[in-house]
Design a protein around this ligand. Structure first.
Ligand SMILES: Nc1ncnc2c1ncn2[C@@H]1O[C@H](COP(=O)(O)OP(=O)(O)OP(=O)(O)O)[C@@H](O)[C@H]1O
Length: 247
């Protein structure tokens, strides 16, 4: 896929002829420097951005070229979370999680039960009637995760989900994401510029640079911890190994 943006000074090619395959059940990290095109690539997966060229297929269904109604239904199977949580400030926690269910046309009777289940999963059942402003950053991200899970997605897209959080809270959120992957079987694509995020949860990694994927590999044993000051390519810093094809 390719995606460019029109700017006053001309076109900016954010994603340049990228091919990305995400395995079912993977936690696939997309890492790279600021401006490399990571968020744009992620947003192409659920067509929040429309590609200039190329196609997106999720779970065997080609999203590009789909009629609006069919696309809306397919998008319900793709959850998304963001760095800044994007919660509705004037809605309670419970209402925030209910929104995607309302949009999907779920009858009210089943809705509250599902909201409760999702809040339970992220450990916030006791906060249902609070407002986002009353919660910590980590709790807000948990609400956003509960909202993303409401429609039982097969795929969860995460755009820098821990970049606004301190290290302890980051670890908590990564643990929730790990749990979503292992117990609910949700495939995860996570955009980050933090090596530790990739090191702690990703099974597969793509490295982006200037709109292109410049390296892709699967992890062996997860758990490599780089010594302080360790430098090298992203692959070396993530796996501790250079060069050899790891795929
Ligand atoms: N809607 C837009 N209009 C114009 N330019 C955009 C738009 N979205 C992204 N860009 C530009 O495309 C480039 C890639 O942005 P993108 O957010 O995908 O990168 P990134 O790797 O996720 O970096 P960051 O971590 O800084 O968000 C950037 O230079 C950005 O300014």
């Amino acid at each position: 896929m390719s995606k460019s943006f029109k700017l006053k000074e001309g076109s900016y090619h954010a994603v340049r002829q990228v091919s990305l395959e995400v395995k079912t059940g993977a936690v696939h990290g997309i890492i790279g420097a600021s401006g490399a095109g990571k968020s744009t690539l992620l947003r192409l997966i659920n067509l929040l951005e429309r590609p200039d060229e190329g196609n997106v297929t999720v779970d065997g269904k080609k999203l590009t070229g789909m009629a609006e109604k069919a696309l809306r239904e397919e998008r319900q199977k793709i959850g998304m979370i963001f760095q800044q949580f994007n919660l509705l400030g004037n809605g309670t926690v419970s209402r925030n999680v209910a929104i995607p269910l309302e949009l999907a046309g779920m009858p009210r009777s089943g809705m509250m039960k599902r909201v409760e289940e999702c809040l339970q999963f992220v450990g916030l059942a006791d906060k249902a009637q609070q407002y986002p402003a009353q919660l910590s950053g980590g709790q807000r991200q948990r609400v956003a995760i509960a909202r993303a899970l409401a429609n039982s997605p097969k795929l969860l897209l995460c755009d820098e989900p821990t970049s606004a959080l301190d290290p302890g809270t980051t670890a908590d959120i990564l643990a929730v994401l790990k749990e979503i992957n292992s117990t609910l079987g949700v495939t995860i694509v996570i955009v980050t510029h933090e090596l530790d995020v990739v090191r702690s949860i990703c099974s597969d990694v793509s490295v982006m640079e200037e709109g292109r994927i410049v390296d892709s590999f699967s992890r062996g044993e997860i758990g490599f911890t780089a010594p302080v000051g360790y430098t090298g390519s992203y692959r070396e810093q993530i796996t501790g190994k250079a060069g050899e094809a790891y795929v």
